[in-house]
Design a protein. Sequence first.
Length: 437
Amino acid sequence: MVSLSRSFRDVGPSDHGKPATLGGWVEDVRNLGGIAFLIIRQRDGTFQATVKKKGNEPLFEAAAKLVRESVVAVHGTVQPNAQVRNGWELLAASIAVLSAADAPLPLPVADKVGAEMDTRFDNRFLDLRKPERRAIFRVRSVVLAALRERLASQGFLEVHTPKLAGAGAEGGATLFETAYFGRKAYLSQSPQLYKQILMSTGLDRVMEFAPAFRAEPSDTVRHVTEFTSFDGEMAWIESQEDVFRVLEDAVAHAIERVRSEAKPELEILHADPAVPQLPLRRLPYDEALEILRNRGKHVRDRDDIDTEGEKVLGAAMGQEGHALYFLTEYPAAIKPFYIMAKPDDPEASFSFDLEYKGDEMASGGQREHRYDVLVANLKAKGIDPAGFEFYLKAFRYGMPPHGGWGFGIDRFVQKLLDLPNVREAILFPRDRTRLVP
């Protein structure tokens, strides 16, 4: 049986003069009168199939009429051709059209013609046939594999927590509500509460790669409503420095792996991400405010740093050689109830953001593991502890010190490759206006 999955990359000098059958999409048809050249695209690139008219008129006529993006299987003989990119061509003896494409195409694939983002995402199946689009997701796959590998080597267990929940981890304003057998349920904003519960079980190092949902009415190049979160939580920490070391090591390892395993993709995308020197810079919140004020960006004490402030800080840190850095010790008042306050400065917290090129990649810190303090934090933020009994119960029966992070995979890939919009790093993005495909 002929294998249509065979790649043109597997064809070489040892195949010259031998029969072969290769499948792919018709990228282009060049009819020169007595000879036609078909450019056939596969996953990793293109090959040329040649059809000679003399003695093969029916085949030649059929080849000349092929519609771009049709799926074909070309059977013929491999012959050397030094003028072709691969050093060989397939002299066609037969062409089977496995799936004919309609014409005209709703989106050009091979032509260097621009298209609006909505047009591209409405026809994402065609958009992803472009090598530069597929390259993004090969890089993304390497990132995910590298992060998993690094944490697994340090004893982290991969888990999956519920995506339908009875309460949100970060408040109700950005929750998607849904009906759940006569009750209200919410799509998960974060696995935060569940991964903390797991810290009381002996599963004391966990990681999760899963979708998360935020009902934020944001129309920006860095926000979507469904995103992929890389979460980690670890128990028996002595300080949040333990968390820093694990996260920065994993991120640096992912960038190293991309540089070593995705060189062709980086070339296609004209990207050259630098591997950071470790340890990453730790920038305390108060020092960050001073940097911002010195650059004309005023932030009031104890206020959060907005997107513009992140950009200014990113530029300042970049000038010092720190594309990646930790922004630490945020005010406790602007952090969630589960973040631990500093004992020597209760207005500050053991919290951080991991910033990359002026955008937040991750947020995390040391968690409050003391039951009484946790309940007090909930009340101080106007949250009824009764609604979190399922979570608090784990803290009443022995909870070790722990900390962790939530890390946005989509945004990281965007910044790693300097993509203009986070949607470029998502196969089928979801935002306020897009629910299909």
